[in-house]
Design a protein around this ligand. Structure first.
Ligand code: GLA
Length: 389
């Protein structure tokens, strides 16, 4: 992102000069393993990316917040005495507005500001462009108004904004990853306690390549909420043998002992995914720490297969990208990442195989689906920060 150019765009839009401008950044994320475990009280293992969302902001002296983005045409002026209301048809503006609302409870008393957002995360690709804009806003307002919240509080406020204001019942993983990520590390996060550890991602000659299905994620949010409901039902039925709060409290062995309590095969399969995925994350982190990349890749493969067969959140696009990726010599693991139903895959690949991967996977994916994929070699970057020039 060219910050000088972004500041120029800000001035072209709102007037004035560079005096008083501040610039903040928050990344997107890719999850390496641990999918649909966060709201089941389990483990995840995401990392922040080097691309993300930028915010240029300056006090305006007006009794309003003015929102604009270089990514969307929609702009909004929200009077300070109307910030608690969701903007009808407000699209992306409801993400920052939701966060500002959560910060009111933490003592924020906002004054007029002009804001210009600019992101280079592919939109709707499941790389957490929404968490990025949320945590970016939380981080910036915390700094500007000296609210004194720590990163975990900012992350929680951002998740609440998405749950309550935007209306997507997401877990904590995405906001946590973009808020607390660190360059060249992944975060092993236990989502019920928020106990976490930064684990260095040392890949030697291997790289992480992200492949975007470029499928529109039409029903993703409703399907996501449906899966959450299925997990709640499984918790209820499994609790007949002793109360549990979350599926991931059970080990695979404990789950196997209790699984007969679940009356439906579909619900049992959903629960089996959450429980087995949670154990895969624990093993995968150990393997990565020990430098066993092939074993880590095998667990990525098993994760995808479980998401495909037991959790049923993949679909033809993700499954094709993964199947084609696994055919490439030099790929040692490939899986969907994020919520599923479209979005992206992540593959662990020898650096010398990247060109071959891009060519063959693209050709075969397009032949099977009619869609053209995009590829990004992932660089693991830092979480939210101010850009000081
Ligand atoms: C989305 C949600 C996360 C998480 C993943 C699936 O990205 O926002 O909270 O549930 O899906 O692992």
């Amino acid at each position: 992102m060219d910050i000088t150019d972004l500041k120029k765009q800000f001035i072209a839009l709102y007037g004035g000069d560079e005096t008083g401008l501040r610039v903040f950044f928050c990344p997107g994320r890719v999850n390496l393993i641990g999918e649909h475990t966060d709201y089941n009280g389990g483990m995840v293992f995401p990392c922040a990316l080097s691309f993300g969302t930028y915010l240029v902001i300056r006090p305006s002296g007006l009794p309003a917040l003015r929102f604009a983005s270089t990514n969307f045409d929609f702009k909004a002026t929200v009077e300070l005495d109307a910030i608690t209301e969701k903007l009808p048809g407000g699209a992306w503006v409801n993400y920052p507005l939701g966060v500002i609302n959560e910060l009111l409870a933490a003592g924020l008393n906002p004054s007029g500001q002009d804001l210009l957002y600019a992101g280079n995360i592919p939109n709707g690709a499941g790389l957490s462009s929404s968490a990025s804009i949320e945590v970016l806003t939380a981080y910036a307002f915390n700094e500007l108004y000296g609210l004194g919240l720590d990163r975990i509080e900012l992350v929680k406020a951002s998740q609440r904004a998405e749950n309550r204001f935007v209306g997507v019942n997401c877990g904590i993983m995405d906001q946590f990853a973009v808020g607390l990520g660190r360059k060249d590390a992944a975060i092993r996060l236990k989502c019920d306690t928020l106990e976490y550890e930064l684990v260095p991602v040392v890949l030697g000659d291997y790289r992480l390549i992200i492949a975007n299905t470029n499928k529109r994620r039409g029903l993703a949010d409703s399907k996501y909420n449906e899966r959450r409901g299925e997990c709640d039902r499984a918790v209820e039925e499994l609790s007949k043998a002793g109360r549990i709060e979350f599926l991931c409290e059970l080990s695979v062995a404990e789950f196997e002992k209790r699984q007969h309590l679940i009356s439906s095969d579909v619900i049992r399969a959903r629960a089996r995914h959450a429980v087995s995925e949670n154990e895969r994350v624990k093993v995968a982190v150990q393997e990565l720490k020990a430098g066993n990349l092939k074993a880590f890749g095998a667990l990525m493969n098993a994760s995808h297969d479980s998401l495909r067969d037991d959790y049923e959140v993949t679909g033809i696009e993700l499954d094709t990208l993964v199947a084609e990726a696994r055919k490439i010599d030099g790929v040692i693991g490939s899986r969907m990442t994020g919520a599923g139903f479209g979005g992206c895959t992540v593959s662990l690949i020898h650096k010398d195989a990247i060109a071959d991967f891009k060519e063959k996977v693209a050709a075969n994916y397009t032949a099977a689906t009619g869609l053209v994929p995009d590829f990004y070699v992932a660089e693991i970057g830092d979480g939210a920060k101010e850009i000081l020039s």
